[in-house]
Design a protein around this ligand. Sequence first.
Ligand code: GLU
Length: 486
Amino acid sequence: MPDSSVKVRIAPSPSGYLHVGTARMAISNYLFARHYGGQFFIRIEDTDKERSDKSLIDPILDALRWLQLDWDGEIVHQSQRLDIYKDYAKRILESSAGYRCFCSPQQLQKDREEASAKKLPPRYNRRCLKLTPQEIEAKLEAGEKFAIRLRIPEGVTSFEDMVLKQVSRSSDDIEDFIIARSDGTATYNLAVVVDDHDMGITHVIRGNDHVTNTFKQILIYRALGLDIPKFGHLPLILRPDKRKVSKRLGDKDVGEYRNEGLLPEAMFNYLCLLGWSPKTEREIYTPKELVEIFTEKHFNASNAVFDEEKLIAFNKKHIGLKSGHDLAVLVAPLLVDAGVRTKYWLETRWEYLRNVIDLLKERVRRLTDFVSLGHYFFDFDYKYESKAEAKQFTPESADLLEELTGRFEKLPGFDHDAIEQCLSGMANEKEVKKARLIHPTRLAVSGMSVGPGLYDILALLTQPVVVERMRKAVEHIRNMKQESQE
Ligand code: GLU
């Protein structure tokens, strides 16, 4: 049922490029918003000066755009909201849900060591909660700096998670954590609550590594008397070795997959199914179809393994779903970047490009394969595959190729059937297997030992190109022979 009040967000930190985990979270939030007809926002969590790098914001947004995750409204930047957080910290302090902590970092360290020696949990010992109003006054007058801590009420905090169902944590396991540091800046959990509240967020869908933060955030919402959104903690994406996906371990970011020729639709489809299931056998969906069927009911609770091979298999299927024209639009820039042909050349031979794409479509797994498997349709600047060359380019094959070239040249029409008849006819006459003509011819016109059907390749390349390439191959074989004799 549509619910236009739904507001969700993703909150990437610009501490790296968009990795697949964050992309998956973005896709889940996007689908949730679009399914219900609500809104999807972006917030950049850039308050951690040491870990944030402004120059990473654009690449993150580019990757989100590439995935076609169009967001609503203005992007929120936490770094522009520091004063707002201060106001909320003050409100918590004044409401007595918070208290000033004057303990120095050295003191806190000593406390922790003592607690650990006594095998007690390393929680704050509430020294400053016991200060009298006079003691506090005296410290303030002396100009002592203080942080603000949230006083955790006794009992158990629980919430109904969209994925994990009922989750609870005892207050004994949560210390009176700091919400504002002694320099007045807010800590992460306060900023998130304030932002989610101000942005009107109704559902917080994020990774299950944030469950501990959620308990703290719920206690902040309560301290401030604010409405608490619904939470959904999705499983993390793991590497095949069950470790968390990480740049440090060499895992690729979304931009790298893009450069390797993946389609955004394939990435979208695959990542969506890592934390959610349509509960059918079918796996391949367009983003539009996913918007239709996506609801919170089928979130998976267990961690999901990211399998690059599977992603590529999805990519192959999505390539198959695209029209020749749409693929040509994507492949043309790759051919230009690879220096194969100019933009102008391709644009003025659009139909040829589309025909090449149609011929190769079955065989490619990534967009870049169109270049590596099909560049010979655009230039003659290829080397013969050396293993195939040694096998196929023999003196006898030079003679056969030469004769076949002559026959091809004389054909009045150069389509698939005419080529096939010509080649079969010669094989019969010469009493040689067709393969003895097919393999060297393929190598001569493409430089490769495998590819689409030879007659299709030849017809598409056209008669003059084929004849020229075959002649060059004959010449090449004879030169080779001479060189080896010298
Ligand atoms: N910056 C956090 C992250 O990337 C966002 C967590 C949240 O969605 O609240 O994990």
